[in-house]
Ligand binder design. Sequence first.
Ligand code: NAD
Length: 317
Amino acid sequence: MVVLDNLQKGHRAAVADAEFVLGDIADQDLVNKTVTRYGIEAVVHLAADSLVGESMQQPGKYFRHNVGKGAAFLEALAEGGVKYFVFSSTAAVYGEPREIPITEEHPTRPTNVYGATKLMIEEMLRWYEHIYGLRWISLRYFNAAGADPSGLIGEDHHPETHLIPLVLQTALGKRPVLQIYGDDYPTPDGTCLRDYIHVTDLSTAHVLALEALAAGSPSAVYNLGNGNGFSVREVIRVAEQVVGRPIPVEVAARRAGDPAVLVASSARIKAELNWRPRYNDLETIIRTAWAWHRQHPDGFARIMNIDYSGARTINGQ
Ligand SMILES: NC(=O)c1ccc[n+]([C@@H]2O[C@H](COP(=O)([O-])OP(=O)(O)OC[C@H]3O[C@@H](n4cnc5c(N)ncnc54)[C@H](O)[C@@H]3O)[C@@H](O)[C@H]2O)c1
């Protein structure tokens, strides 16, 4: 396995058991050489700018980075003879939900530039299949959450915008208070409901997607969520149980463009790729995240590289 990352947001220490190539996906020469040198047939494309709010303030940056660099990357891969492509897409392609749970048939009308850029890449993929025969699977993630059950690898974003790390950083005293953006939504407790999918289940879906493509499956789009909506207040309540202490919160104004409820139907990927989420209860998701944050309050900052030799998952495997 080879990881190519420009480290604009990623961490070198998080790449433990793969070759690492430092560089940008838009560097076609580098991508070409990497494809040739390692004989690469399949690519998982995770690189993106992915801050919804920023995408509405700097739309040009998102079109240039996600779409422009994505196009250069795809071109280099197709010309290099790559056959299979798995793409990190997002629930943001759907926009304001018309019905819950959201299936892949739901209309795609993004309400932010970030979601629009992901939809544009999906459209490009259809053309690359038509012209080059590249087969692809687009995985539309809902909220990725949790940490590797070994406790050795987890979220470390700057800025952090995801709820669970924010809650746990507040529990650690790294933030004075957690802000709840609106408690007057039409939901049981007034806070937004989101679908959290554990990163291990997410990564399993990528492996299944690659295996399916290699076995001849057609290109496809799949939602990835666990089908349960948890409110912001539920996340905080379960986090308080896991960490064993109260977490200070304050209610702030709603953020523009936040739908009240976002919950996925993942029936299609379950039926077609036999995907079975294993870590789909909120407590397990938060417990794995807490193991990471508690042991690594500064994220990857003090980790040079990760030694997986003594790693154990929560199931002891
Ligand atoms: N985290 C979520 O909840 C979520 C939800 C839906 C979709 N996604 C998508 O999943 C993917 C991964 O998300 P994440 O939360 O891990 O984001 P992240 O920012 O932590 O990871 C993106 C990685 O891509 C690298 N990168 C960005 N631009 C690059 C470029 N031009 N060349 C080389 N490397 C580059 C970054 O350094 C980073 O390591 C993204 O495409 C994101 O849009 C994430």
